[in-house]
Design a protein around this ligand. Structure first.
Ligand SMILES: [Zn+2]
Length: 435
């Protein structure tokens, strides 16, 4: 059994030892930041904290938070922990929600990041026998480079297809007999749909998929697993924390083990900043423990989730985080009600709809309008129009039961919503145009 683990000495370490390791590394990481990142040192000074106050993880709460605003203020080089000559790479976010985040890596940072991704691949059943198709975007986006490096470390034959060119993706998948697919969940769903249409379902050899970089529900997992005949594993990470691989699912599929030797997680009350006990829902905060070029202490992710350290059947002892229950950034406030797109996805898939949908919010005469376009399956589309009206009514009722507000549901023709090859555009909030 031990052979299956990439780093069993770390991943199955007794909890007390993990905490001791974290304490030791935190002390060093704080000193490194204090010595090399004047921006954060100033924040510590303002709070009256020095490295001498941080003796272990029990003192973590004394440190100031870092937020996305800090990253913007310090852009581009303000949070760098090593001189440029020691750094070998940057990765960056798309910058669609404001100024982009640029993260820096030394070769040591890249090695550790790839180790984390390798653990995720092993946890999904990957070995040197596997053919891993990496259909995340390559380039500035962390998805492609991270999983690519992890796949090399495990010794898998790696196909760096990057995202897009769906026909070629499927061709490679068939010809080279890919066994593990890595991409966004929405692209996995699209690939599943295209494979079915082309009649290639019997010719693909996929057994597992590692999907992340966007929010997805359990219902979406089921949909992908059925379409592709695989086990679908979740993976989590942010450019700020190096990329995917901060945490990943094992075969239990009940949350993602955090790589605790590199990342220290906390859950806080997003309103007050108070640290919450294990098991409570709140905002996820990460502290890097081993990073050189872009160390972040107490970085607020804006992701809402729950941590738990119940023993896992896989043998790993690292704490697990739930699938983010919603990103505070993603939450829509429609007519005063909080709505998460994931709630809508759950309802649509439970009602047997396709995972191709779009949420459109606007403001007309000072009232929020709330429309959901969802594609019919080919089968439903061929049915009579009367049934469509009936289904729309049923969806409106189910959505109202889940969200507490009325949406307008439009069943649209198959293929009328643009497919995404990277992160899907699920929400169009036109209210933002008016400021
Ligand atoms: Zn596990």
């Amino acid at each position: 059994m031990e052979k299956r683990y990439f780093q069993p000495e770390i991943e199955t370490m007794p909890v007390e030892q993990i905490k001791a390791l974290q304490s030791e590394r935190l002390v060093k990481q704080v000193q490194h930041v204090w010595d090399n990142v004047p921006y954060y040192r100033k924040k510590m000074e303002e709070k009256g904290v020095t490295p001498a106050d941080i003796k272990g993880i029990e003192d973590l709460h004394k440190l100031p938070f870092l937020t996305k605003d800090d990253l913007r203020d310090a852009y581009p080089y303000g949070l760098m922990g090593k001189p440029k000559k020691d750094c070998v790479r940057i990765q960056s976010t798309s910058g669609t929600t404001g100024r982009r985040v640029v993260a820096f890596y030394t070769q040591h940072d890249i090695d550790l990041w790839e180790d984390c991704c390798a653990r995720a691949i092993v946890a999904a059943g990957g070995t040197e026998e596997d053919v891993v198709q990496v259909s995340y975007g390559y380039g500035l986006f962390t998805g492609g480079p991270g999983l690519n490096g992890g796949s090399h470390k495990v010794g898998c034959l790696t196909i760096p297809t990057s995202s897009g060119n769906t026909d070629r993706q499927i061709q490679f998948m068939v010809d080279l007999e890919s066994t593990i697919l890595c991409c966004t969940p929405s692209y996995a769903a699209y690939l599943g749909e295209s494979i079915e249409e082309k009649g290639f379902r019997d010719q693909i050899k996929l057994k597992a998929g590692i999907f992340g970089a966007e929010a997805w529900t359990q219902e979406m997992r089921q949909e992908i697993q059925n379409k592709l005949g695989i086990k679908a594993y979740d993976i989590y990470g942010l450019t700020e924390t190096s990329g995917p691989g901060v945490s990943f699912e094992c075969e239990e599929q009940t949350g993602m083990h955090i790589n605790e030797d590199h990342f220290l997680a906390e859950i806080i009350n997003p309103e007050t900043g108070e640290v919450l006990p294990e098991g409570e829902k709140g905002e996820l905060v990460f502290t890097s423990l081993t990073k050189e070029a872009f160390p972040l202490l107490r970085y607020r992710t804006k992701d809402l989730c729950v941590l738990n350290r119940k023993p896992c059947s896989c043998g790993r002892t690292h704490i697990k985080m739930s699938k983010p229950l919603g990103r505070s950034d993603d939450m829509l406030i429609i007519r005063g009600v909080n709505v998460f797109p994931s709630q809508i996805e759950t309802v649509l898939l439970n009602e047997g709809m396709t995972p191709n949908y779009q949420i459109i919010v606007d403001r007309v005469n000072n009232t929020d309008t709330f429309d959901i376009n969802v594609e019919m399956s080919q089968e439903m589309f061929s049915d009579s129009l009367g049934k469509v009206a009936e289904k729309e009514k049923q969806l409106v009722a189910s959505l109202k039961a889940m969200l507490g507000i009325q949406a307008k549901v439009h069943l649209v023709e198959p293929k009328s919503i643009t497919r995404s090859e990277g992160k899907a555009v699920r929400v169009i909030d036109k209210r933002k145009l008016y400021g």
